[in-house]
Ligand binder design. Structure first.
Ligand code: RFL
Ligand code: PHB
Length: 393
């Protein structure tokens, strides 16, 4: 069996694993990433689009933000639509901050390219990845590559392998507390090379269900509509999608939607999930491996970035002689995670049509939406959460 050694073995080359690898490299800590898919497969997943300032700062720190600053779209506001009217929440005026629209695919590509250029090791297409010995002093990751068994010895394992990964699943059940809420709908999303309908995002509440108008660039749009959990993307023609989207938007906005062939169409289920603690001996969980939010608040990727920002500092401190950072990692992450869970759950509950909401529930949603856009205090609470809460470094 081929055996190699590193300081930190990172499982998963999604945004958490790649950003952690970049931050550790900057801090002089050696890390190897083990990913079960190919780089092209990872880049083919269309996901997040909105970056908080905290995430942009971490990408700056990792030295991978050149294209993000050149091509990312800073947004000073976000729109809520209901009762046929668009209401703008002025993020900049309310918080002094903005968000940047730049796709997760691009963040991932930038991180992968910087990693390859720096000659840092990533093992793609690793089979049968397993984590061992993290409750003792000699952890290691085993995997098979092109039929050959491999062993990666390390000081620490970073579980950056997403919700379905092997790391969280390897922790003894009694050491883990999990909290979960599954929502009774999903999001059907499409990507199309047409200019976006508006310069800023539109979150729309309507009697036909939720819709979101987002974008990747001035020429590429990303749209979503709430759909049934048992729906299938193949059942939706492009024409049916555009018609459904327009039905859920204010008429004057719908009239401006430019349509075209979709280049991607998929359904994502909505879930809230937290596993705690986020550390077991020498194994740390980060990003979707530890927590999931429904996408309504655009928090998933940003939480992942925050986790690895804290973890990279904690590990650098450890090699500098202090274990304070790794000892408080889980607690500091979870403080921010639970607040983002609350915001994402609240925003999801407010904006979607629930199958079992009666007329009273619908009136409550309306009253809250109308309060949100007419009270500066309420708008500010939304804006403060949307641009992102601070990290407890
Ligand atoms: P990922 O991206 O799932 O990456 C995990 C990686 O681990 C690999 N892996 C394994 N590798 C080795 N061995 C194993 N046994 C492994 N098992 C899995 C996987 O192949 C993968 O490469 O987790 P990570 O890095 O923690 O990143 C999390 C983000 O991807 C996620 O939170 C966001 O995409 C969520 N999200 C959004 N977040 C935002 O901040 N803003 C948004 O606007 C936003 N929109 C979204 C979203 C997620 C969506 N979907 C589809 C879930 C919109 C959508 C539609
Ligand atoms: C996206 O552009 O994919 C996106 C934007 C905002 C969200 C979720 C997804 O809240």
């Amino acid at each position: 069996m081929a055996s190699t050694r590193t300081q930190v073995a990172i499982v998963g080359a999604g945004p958490s694993g790649l950003l952690l690898g970049a931050l550790l490299a900057r801090a002089g800590v050696d890390a190897v990433i083990v990913e079960q898919r190919s780089a092209d497969y990872v880049l083919g997943r269309i996901r997040a689009g909105v970056l908080e300032q905290v995430t942009v700062d971490l990408l700056d720190e990792a030295g991978v933000s050149g294209r993000l600053h050149a091509e990312g779209l800073p947004h000073d506001g976000v729109n809520l639509a209901f009762d046929g009217v668009l209401h703008r929440i002025d993020l900049k005026a309310l918080t002094g901050k903005h968000v940047v629209v730049y796709g997760q695919t691009e963040v991932t590509r930038d991180l992968m390219e910087a990693r390859a250029a720096a000659g840092l090791r990533t093992v793609y297409e690793a089979q049968d990845v397993a984590v061992h010995g993290f409750d003792g002093g000699q952890p290691f990751v085993s995997y098979t590559l092109r039929g050959e068994p491999h062993m990666l010895q390390c000081d620490f394992i970073a579980g950056c392998d997403g919700y379905h990964g092997v790391c969280r699943a390897s922790v003894p059940a009694e050491a883990l507390q999990t909290h979960e809420k599954v929502y009774p709908f999903g999001w059907l999303g499409i990507l199309a090379d047409v200019p976006p309908v508006a310069h800023e995002l539109i979150y729309a509440h309507s009697e036909h269900g939720f819709a979101l108008c987002s974008m990747r660039s001035a020429a590429r749009s990303r749209y979503y509509v709430q759909c049934a959990l048992d729906d299938h993307a193949e059942r939706w023609s492009d024409e049916a999608f555009w018609a459904e989207l327009k039905r859920r938007l204010p008429a004057d906005v719908a009239a401006q939607v430019l349509t075209g062939p979709s280049i991607e169409k998929s359904i994502a289920p909505l879930r809230s999930f937290v596993a705690e603690p986020m550390r077991f001996g020498r194994l740390f969980l980060a990003g979707d491996a530890a927590h999931i939010v429904p996408p309504t608040g655009a928090k998933g990727l940003n939480l992942a970035a925050g986790d690895v920002g804290l973890l990279s500092r904690a590990l650098a401190e450890f090699y500098g002689g202090s274990s304070r950072g790794i000892d408080t990692y889980s607690e500091r992450c979870l403080q921010r995670v639970w607040k983002a869970e609350r915001f994402s759950w609240w925003f999801t509950s407010l904006m979607h049509r629930f199958p079992d909401t009666g007329s009273f529930g619908q009136r409550m949603q309306h009253a809250e939406l109308s309060y949100l856009v007419s009270s500066e205090a309420a708008s500010k609470a939304l804006a403060e959460n949307y641009v992102g809460l601070p990290l407890a470094f």
